[in-house]
Ligand binder design. Structure first.
Ligand code: CA2
Length: 141
């Protein structure tokens, strides 16, 4: 089963800035971890990152049209984008929202998510391990 692991803006900067919040590993390391986890779990993981909101919307439409499960870290768009929330509402397979940091321990503007109301589950604050847990939940579901 194909599973989309979708990442939003600035996550391509992982490992380059703010290691105290996001750790020192890179997006390529995260992609590798997700691929290896998918292999172990029998999931065909398609890992993507974009800095363009329209591109993320098109990927979510693709998931909606094909019934693909989604692991989503929409990054800052989580807190700002009604459009991302509306696209998430169209998904039919499980949607797991993931954040590397514990957004609830951070600034108040990070406490609201336009994604959460449409998510099967939400994982925050576990770093890369959150993506492993999300894939595990999809494989188990
Ligand atoms: O904790 C998360 O995963 C976030 O989705 C990350 C977003 C942030 O806006 C959310 O509130 C929480 C930021 C992604 C940017 O990541 C960077 C990584 C390294 C250096 C700079 C940015």
């Amino acid at each position: 089963m194909k599973t989309l692991v979708l990442n939003g803006p600035n996550l391509n900067r992982l490992g380059k800035r703010e290691p105290e919040i996001y750790g020192s590993q890179t997006l390529a390391d995260l992609a590798e971890l997700c691929a290896a986890t998918g292999k172990d779990l029998g999931l065909d993981v398609d890992f993507r990152q974009t800095n363009h909101e329209g591109e993320l919307l098109e990927w979510l439409h693709e998931a909606a049209d094909n019934g693909h499960p989604v692991v989503l870290n929409a990054a800052a768009w989580t807190h700002t984008s009604v459009a991302v929330g509306d696209a998430c509402a169209q998904l039919t397979a499980p949607l797991i929202e993931v954040h590397l940091s514990n957004v609830h321990k951070r600034e108040p503007f990070r406490h609201h998510s336009y994604v959460s109301a449409h998510a099967t589950g939400v994982i925050v604050g576990l770093g890369f391990q959150g993506y492993v847990a999300a894939l595990d939940a999809i494989a188990a579901g």
